[in-house]
Design a protein around this ligand. Sequence first.
Ligand code: IPM
Ligand code: MN
Length: 359
Amino acid sequence: MKIAVLPGDGIGTEIVAEAVKVLKALDLRFELESAPVGGAAYDVAGHPLPEATLKLATGADAILFGAVGDWKYDTLDRPLRPEQAILGLRKHLGLFANFRPAICYPQLTHASSLKPELVAGLDILIVRELTGDIYFGQPRGRRTAVDGHFPGAEEAFDTMRYSKPEIERIAHVAFQAARKRGGKLTSVDKANVLETFQFWKDTVTEVHAQYPDVKLDHLYVDNAAMQLVKAPKAFDVIVTGNMFGDILSDEAAMLTGSIGMLPSASLNAKNQGLYEPSHGSAPDIAGKGVANPLATILSAAMMLRYSLNQAEAAARIERAVDTVLSQGLRTGDIWREGDTRVGTVAMGDAVVAALSAQG
Ligand code: IPM
Ligand code: MN
């Protein structure tokens, strides 16, 4: 089992180190190889996704990814910015299926900005299409407008598009996920305005014929955003396009109180996957040893389950995380009066200790 380890920027290096520590504490044999990515790669190789890093990722069974980005790269040309590394990995590896669970741990119900009764027991899954939509649609660019409100003015444009097979394959992934969970799928679109999302809705409805055991409903994205804060527990699995999924997954993450707790998985047709925390590189707290490593540790658990066929080891890590939360250990993002405040390394150590206490 070969794992490419790409820590990236900001807190990425600190949190990935803890996840690697947890992986090494399992009695499994992995081959781990690291490479720079994002701003860190730009600094040493002049490109956020150097050829060698892409090669390592392509040849691995799974990729453990930290985070990329820092203000100091904001003035670079777009193709050289750290974010291009993650977009490039998604595109080159065909990682079209992005799983973003939002789970509210009972120990952390207080950390949510919503009333505890709205989020207690929350367990939803967002399935975001990750390689199409307006993120990757061509053409895009800048030009002089020939029509519209201001002919002759400078304008910018992007293209929203989805092909039928692209919608079908993510729909299958989502129906299968729903079948294994609560049996309910909500497809989110903007079919009232956008041709692309009328097509999305029609195609998801067609695929539904093969999953009569799953209950399907459709919501417009604006309404979905509202329902997520009104009654989040009414959802089970949500499937949507790349951009709506980007936005709704941040919203869903915050329902749980801390984005520092949430893992994610991005898979291709070969079950090769990239695993990363749902949060970013947090340059404001980088290097201080205070970042919450649990999202990355839980991402490593998802990696064991989805790409490495080690469901039992994955469940052990998840139990160990539950144990440290029950022990009252908290990084700053989830801390409140009465809890034991710990840093990044101490949190990782506690997970390792909880693992070995399982015998
Ligand atoms: C995410 C991030 C990325 C995205 C950025 C960093 C390109 O926000 O993974 O959600 O928009 O997909
Ligand atoms: Mn995002």
